[in-house]
Ligand binder design. Structure first.
Ligand SMILES: [Zn+2]
Length: 371
């Protein structure tokens, strides 16, 4: 237990722990990094280290015990999706009048408050920021230092403006952590009041080693594939749904082969027919489009003479063969096609229809070299 469990980004973690040791916890900080890079995990660990009742040290820097009443209660916020679902379900049970007044907040410890985007719009709303402001100027009850963690950068306009006011005059006993996949989405005036720490990607070899430990049931080639597809993000690698990716990729390959190689329309339509409307079909289609996008990106890398960056390495021979029959223009046109299917999905067009149209269109480009 402790910061040992946080993989990668050692310099950033050390910096933040030094700030805790010096008693200079930034009043507002942005933890920036791609999805799955550990922003939320690190935010929770920092909240624990700042408030651990035993205050252990490792390497001469503050750590956390994971066992005291503060550590334990803060750690209950870890399964973020689950906690958000619980909060939403609790609100659904309420009378309509109360529903309106109830903000989605996660508070497994009285002084550590997690603020996720509120569905269905998935924006951080005025009411949520108002609750934060309301609580923030009161002394923490069980913590040394209160922490407010905003898990996304999508704020409603007036909510962002209110947050800005708190950032201008933060109390000395509370901090705001903003988790950002893309800090550029935050108001520049918000960014300028925060210290930004970036979490970068982990090297592929480190991810492979981690997966060997945590996913021993996967074959080495599968671990190597997942490490590459996760693009250095620990959370993505550990949570990777390999079965659904491989299923989507098999269908994506069928579309590519059909367009670039031998066309077999009956096989193609048998496949697209399995994509139905409804939530299941939507997930399945998204998995297919994600896989197709990653295959097209690999074809692009092969065309650009960068084979070492290819992610679907287990398909290298076939990708090389397909790459020889295609052109940059064709790949670009196919990417635009994917985009159209995605737009169609948002407009709730029948999935199998828009997939069929897309696959047929790809084949109709004919020999890509004739484009
Ligand atoms: Zn503790």
């Amino acid at each position: 237990m402790g910061f040992d469990a946080f993989l990668g980004n050692e310099a950033t973690v050390r910096h933040l722990r030094e700030a805790i040791r010096a008693g200079r916890i930034p009043p507002s900080l942005i933890l920036a990094g791609p999805k799955g890079s550990g922003k939320y995990t690190l935010a929770i660990m920092l909240a624990q280290a700042i408030n651990c009742l035993r205050q252990p040290q490792t390497d001469g820097l503050p750590d956390f015990c994971g066992e005291c009443s503060n550590c334990v209660r803060i750690a209950e916020s870890y399964p973020l999706d689950l906690r958000v679902q619980e909060a939403i379900a609790a609100r659904e049970e309420m009378r309509d009048a109360d529903k309106k007044e109830t903000r989605i907040l996660i508070q497994t410890h009285p002084d550590i408050i997690v603020v996720p985007p509120d569905p269905p719009q998935l924006l951080i709303k005025m009411g949520q920021v108002r609750s934060v402001i309301h609580g923030m100027y009161r002394f923490p009850s069980d913590a040394r230092h209160a922490i407010y963690i905003f898990t996304a950068t999508a704020f409603m306009k007036e909510a962002a403006n209110s947050l800005l006011k708190v950032l201008e005059e933060p109390p000395s006993f509370a901090s705001i952590f903003l988790l950002a996949e893309n800090p550029g989405e935050l108001l520049p005036t918000i960014r300028s009041r925060c210290i930004t720490y970036r979490l970068g990607a982990l090297p592929i070899e480190d991810l492979e080693a981690l997966l060997a430990e945590r996913r021993p049931e996967w074959k080495p080639a599968q671990r190597s594939l997942v490490a590459r597809l996760s693009e250095g993000a620990v959370g993505r690698a550990l949570g990777f749904d390999l079965a659904s990716y491989l299923a989507g990729r098999q269908d994506a390959l069928l579309i590519l082969r059909n367009a670039l190689d031998e066309s077999d329309h009956s096989a193609l339509f048998r496949m697209t027919e399995t994509y139905r409307a409804g939530a299941d079909g939507q997930q399945k289609t998204s998995a297919l489009l994600r896989a197709l996008t990653s295959l097209l990106e690999d074809l692009l890398l092969l065309q650009s003479n960068a084979p070492s960056l290819v992610r679907n390495i287990d398909l290298m021979p076939e990708l090389s063969r397909l790459s020889a029959t295609t052109t940059l223009d064709w790949i670009e046109a196919a990417s635009r096609g994917i985009h159209q299917v995605e737009t169609g999905m948002r407009r709730n067009l029948l999935r199998s229809l828009s997939l069929d149209a897309f696959a047929t269109e790809l084949s109709s480009y004919g020999s890509p070299t004739s484009l």
